[in-house]
Each structure stands twice: as C-alpha cells, then as structure tokens.
Write a protein that binds this ligand. Structure first.
Ligand SMILES: NC(=O)c1ccc[n+]([C@@H]2O[C@H](COP(=O)([O-])OP(=O)(O)OC[C@H]3O[C@@H](n4cnc5c(N)ncnc54)[C@H](OP(=O)(O)O)[C@@H]3O)[C@@H](O)[C@H]2O)c1
Length: 167
C-alpha cells in the first residue's frame, strides 16, 4: 500500500480515450469547467509540472500558491515555489488544507498513487492527443458524485463531473 496523502486531490479534464492535451495545450475549452476549476482551487496550493506551467495563459495562477516541479536547478519565476524532485514536492505539500495536483500527464502518473481524491471532468468524445491520463482502476477509486451530463453550448461537447475517493 502506498502512502496516501489525505489532503492531496487531483483535478483533471479527460476525454473518452483518456486524452488530456496535445502540443502542450488543452484539447477543448469548456467555460463552465474552467469556472469550476477556479472555484475549487482558489485559495489553495496547486501543483504542476513545468510544461503545464509554461502552457498557462496567465501565470502564476492568481490567488493560489503555485508549486512547479522541474529537473532544472536554474528555473525560477516570480511568485512560484520551485521543486526539483518528487520527494521535495511531497515535503512541500501543505498539511493543513486541500492541495490540488493540476497536471500534466507526467505528474498525474507519478503522483496518482499518493492522491486521496479526484475531481474528474469526463468529456464524451475521443481526441487526437500526445498527453494522456492514467487509467482509473475501479478497485482503487470509487465515484461518490456524478453530475448530470451537460452540453457545452459553444463546442457542443457533452461532459460530466465525477468525484472519486480512494477505496
Ligand atoms: N486536461 C487537463 O485537465 C490537463 C491538465 C493539465 C495539463 N494538461 C495538458 O498536459 C500536457 C502536459 O503534460 P506533460 O506530461 O507533457 O507535462 P507536465 O507533467 O506538465 O510537465 C512535465 C515536466 O515536469 C517536470 N517533471 C516531471 N516529473 C519530474 C520529476 N520527477 N522530477 C523533476 N521534474 C519533473 C519536468 O520538467 P523539466 O523538463 O523542466 O525538467 C517535465 O518535463 C499539456 O498538453 C497540457 O495542456 C491537461
């Protein structure tokens, strides 16, 4: 059994084929989902890989402590906490409040074993991609909330929100 970090959650928007990104960009724009992301993460620490950080249109994400992992010892950015290893990252996670892992693929796959909760936006379409979320194993996570399926007016994409907790 891994050492689950009780206050570590992840948040992700995944396609039907587990795609999450291509060319260091997101695959869709669903306004309601971005609003939900902001509402859930504001006031909390957010953890991300260096590539996801680079992809942000506005960085660092405002009103959140941004923690970025990179192998580069020289990387620095105003207002950002930089770490250089998973061990260092784990030590940096605040213990007194929910902290969100926000991507990307490399970070999700390395930290999934430590995550206690997942906020997943499931988009009901397959996408061509180069970044994918690891498969969610039903014996490890249980869905506790599933929203009604919704349709994004602009893109026509169908999606739903599923919250999972560790079994
Ligand atoms: N759909 C969603 O919800 C969602 C959310 C977030 C991101 N995304 C997408 O995901 C894609 C990016 O994912 P990605 O896997 O390519 O990149 P990533 O996970 O965001 O970042 C990878 C980088 O993080 C650093 N890193 C990772 N593990 C490390 C370790 N153990 N020690 C030190 N540094 C480490 C390295 O930076 P250095 O190269 O600097 O060493 C590595 O290149 C983009 O397309 C993005 O749009 C989607």
């Amino acid at each position: 059994m891994q050492n689950i970090i009780p206050n570590l959650s992840l948040i992700v928007a995944v396609a039907q084929n587990w795609a999450i990104g291509k060319d260091n960009q997101l695959l869709w724009h669903i306004s309601d989902d971005l609003k939900r992301f902001k509402a859930l993460t504001t006031g909390h620490s957010v953890i991300m890989g260096r590539k996801t950080f680079e992809s942000l249109p506005k960085k660092p994400l405002p009103n959140r402590q941004n923690i970025v992992i990179t192998s580069s010892p020289d990387f620095e950015y105003e207002g950002v906490v930089v770490v250089n290893s998973i061990d260092q990252l784990i030590e940096t996670i605040p213990t007194d409040q929910e902290t969100f892992l926000i991507g990307g693929a490399l970070l999700y796959s390395q930290l999934l074993p430590y995550v206690a909760k997942m906020y997943v936006t499931k988009v009901y379409k397959d996408f061509d991609a180069d970044a994918f979320f690891p498969e969610i194993k039903e014996q490890e996570f249980r869905a506790i909330n599933i929203s009604p399926r919704q349709t994004d007016e602009k893109s026509g994409l169908q999606y739903e929100y599923i919250d999972y907790v560790r079994v």
